[in-house]
Design a protein around this ligand. Sequence first.
Ligand code: MV4
Length: 447
Amino acid sequence: MFEKVLIANRGEIALRIQRACREMGIRTVAVHSTADETAMHVRLADESICIGPPAAKDSYLSVPAILTAAAISNADAIHPGYGFLSENASFATMVEEHGFTFIGPKPEHISLMGDKIAAKQAVKEAGIPVVPGSDGAVDDIDVALKVASGIGYPVLVKATAGGGGRGMKLANSADELPDAIKMAQKEAEAAFGNGEVYFEKYLTKPRHIEIQILADGFGNVVHLGERDCSLQRRHQKLLEEAPSPALNEDTRQKIGAIAAEAVKKIGYRSAGTIEFLYEDGEFYFIEMNTRLQVEHPITEMITGLDIVREMVRIAAGAPLGYEQDDVRFSGHAIECRINAEHPGTFMPSPGTIGDYHAPGGLGVRVDSAIYSGYVVPPHYDSMIAKLIVHGANRNECLMRLRRSLAEYVIDGIETSIPLHQKLMSEVDFVNGDYDIHWLEKFVGLDD
Ligand code: MV4
């Protein structure tokens, strides 16, 4: 096992990884920008190293700064967390070339899933259902028009190098398709330096359901069930739940087994997530995330597994040590993302935290790195806490969530807590009756 792990991240996820390492007897190295000198992830680490100025590109995204920090601290391995360098294949390659272990997938799988056309082709061959579409890059408008008319409109044009909703264009009919393709190509070229695009049939009212998988280096793969991440605004998730209110046990086992089998065929290793759109009882692959995800705790709450510990064990060469039948699902979990932002306008609200009191009690977990007196810097993501609640069933989970939100005190800045409280009394939400567009209608402000 590793003796020392460098955590190339900040905030709650840096603490989350530290906690797993500490339980495993592994020392931790924090890295931080000058804006994060007083951050909790720095205070709680065994060692810390300043890696640059506030701008992420000069600190948390600086490969040389992080590799130097790993060398100086004599770390054995690097955990990238989520965001930042977590899905950067060349970073993962360089980590290994410099003699450290990358706690994550093989670089080839990060690359594969970063190329959305190649990813779709690979998972399709491995037995995962995909959305009907151009089956590869669009290079001829006339061919595209023929294929699209066969599929039926609307179609959604996506960038091969995109993902997470960036660079998509909708075409409602044949006369809109040429412009949608040209605009998507232009925007993709500007944003990613790669203008390649493909298109798919547009699903109008799907849910976003993702399957968590764990795979070791010996071909053992398990799925840990699904998370329903449909409640989002502008591709920013607000609340996630597991299991999905839309699936029954049979459907869950079927799609879980398909996802796990595909991951095994591809030879993937580490934690990973297969994202699907789910509409009219059918699953359609959209992307695979080759990282630890923000919402991983809800899966931990219903399975009792520590996903970060599993990632570390797998990276150290350990076998999973359990099979699919050993994974037991219990109860229901919901995560509320608490952002430092105005609950009505979503404008960021950085600043100093005044009084702080986190909820607790049975079934309540708070993953956060904030404290009373902490100054939320303006330079990074606005998520400052995750409130994760577990209950024997969805109803108990909702009751517990309502009382936890009422207990939560974060003074001095605006947060999304009032928005979550409003959500808790919405009939559609309470009934689990929502799709990926529901939240945007609920909060209004659509553009
Ligand atoms: C789609 C889609 C409808 N049909 N693909 C957005 C992010 C990227 N991961 C894929 N996305 C979508 N792909 C087809 N064929 C609708 C979306 C989409 C979406 C997906 C998941 C969660 C939120 C979303 C919000 C808007 C659009």
